[in-house]
Write a protein that binds this ligand. Structure first.
Ligand SMILES: Cc1ncc(COP(=O)(O)O)c(C=O)c1O
Length: 356
């Protein structure tokens, strides 16, 4: 049976990336060695890393004021590493709490300094993005989550506050064109739009570093990673390799302009179908709907289980909503073809016809 992968992460990757990566496990670039067997200080891996770094710079159109790092760990590591490097003892950082991940990021930051939560959308179960807020005058940075993977909301215009903007872009990185120079630090776990789990992309503007007094463990210190060129210790070689292949695929497929066009097409198709079928109910504010993760419910909750059963039977993978929220979540990352969304929408229509 054909499977349609709507997983929220780790999630669908381009078929050509999977094929090339599996070939490289047996014989990397005709070296006779597996990518899993080569040393991280060989020129073979240096080339992989350099291509990954220059692809990020090219896609984000960044100059040399930014550094690109590929670091161990998931985005959760960055919840700690960001404040450890940017927030001195007793200093203040502003955080937007628009969902589960932003909330976790704020809690970790509070271990290092004062955290002022400047938005909190929990009054409406995080179904919208609060855009009007003020940041404390002395805040060192503002942290946002550009796409709320669990709740299905997304910032479509970034806040301008005059203080450095830091963003968790884990679930919408490289899904659309934007002005990345608005950000002082961006990070993302690779396992959604960029590659395999196990590596974080961190893009940092050099000027925000070196401003605090705290002693930072070497492996957590961005500056030390910059000096070591992401090779302070053994990097997650295979995960970096898969990111490099995925970045190459994005560039070969029209870059972020094309990714953005495809994201809009998929999201419009899904949400238009949803809005036309009363059997389904979308709770997220229309203007804040995520192009990556569509979260919705069955108007009659007793139909949720039959709908999810039908999805399973028809090969629709990963559409059950997050465990604390329930409902349905359809993730539409870069590698998901429009055709998969079309087939899912046909299934929704069919279900609505039988149960309307
Ligand atoms: C927006 C966002 N931030 C952070 C995380 C946590 O990432 P990780 O599991 O890689 O630590 C996730 C995971 O889904 C996420 O979607």
């Amino acid at each position: 049976m054909k499977l349609y992968n709507f997983n929220s992460g780790p999630s669908i990757l381009p078929q050509s990336v999977l094929e090339e990566a599996s070939g490289a496990i047996l014989n990397f670039n005709d070296t006779g060695l597996s990518i899993l067997e080569i040393g991280h200080r060989t020129t073979w891996f240096q080339d992989v890393l350099q291509e990954a770094i220059s692809s990020v710079k090219q896609l984000m159109q960044l100059n040399d004021t930014y550094e690109i790092l590929f670091l161990h760990g998931g985005a959760t590591t960055q919840f700690m590493q960001v404040p450890m490097n940017l927030l001195g003892d007793g200093e203040t950082a502003a955080y937007c709490d628009n969902g589960i991940w932003g909330n976790k990021a704020a809690k970790e930051a509070a271990l290092f300094g004062n955290v002022q939560v400047v938005t909190n959308s929990s009054d409406k179960q995080h179904t919208y993005i609060q855009k009007q807020f003020t940041v404390p005058a002395d805040a060192k940075y503002l942290h946002i989550t550009t796409n709320n993977t669990v709740e299905g909301t997304q910032w479509h215009q970034y806040p301008e506050t005059g203080i450095p903007l830091v963003a968790d872009m884990s679930s919408d990185i490289f899904s659309r064109q934007t002005d990345f120079t608005k950000f002082s630090l961006m990070y993302a776990g690779a396992q959604k739009n960029m590659g395999a789990a196990g590596v974080n992309l961190v893009v940092v503007k050099k000027e925000v570093l070196g401003k605090i007094q705290r002693k930072i463990p070497t492996i957590m210190n961005y500056q030390k990673h910059i000096e070591a060129g992401s090779l302070m210790n053994t990097p997650p070689v295979f995960a970096v390799y898969v990111s490099m292949l995925t970045l190459r695929w994005i560039l070969a497929n029209g870059g972020l302009t094309e990714m953005g066009k495809r994201s809009v097409e998929k999201a419009e198709l899904l949400y238009n179908t949803l809005d036309s079928l009363p059997v389904f109910k979308a709770t997220v504010a229309k203007e804040d709907r995520s192009q990556m993760n569509a979260v919705f419910f069955l108007t009659n909750p007793s139909l949720e289980a039959p709908f999810l059963d039908l999805c399973k039977k028809e090969g629709m993978i990963g559409v059950k909503g997050y465990r604390t929220i329930g409902g349905v979540r359809v993730s539409m990352y870069n590698a998901l073809p429009l055709e998969s969304v079309r087939i899912f929408c046909d299934l929704m229509k069919d279900f609505a016809f039988r149960n309307g």
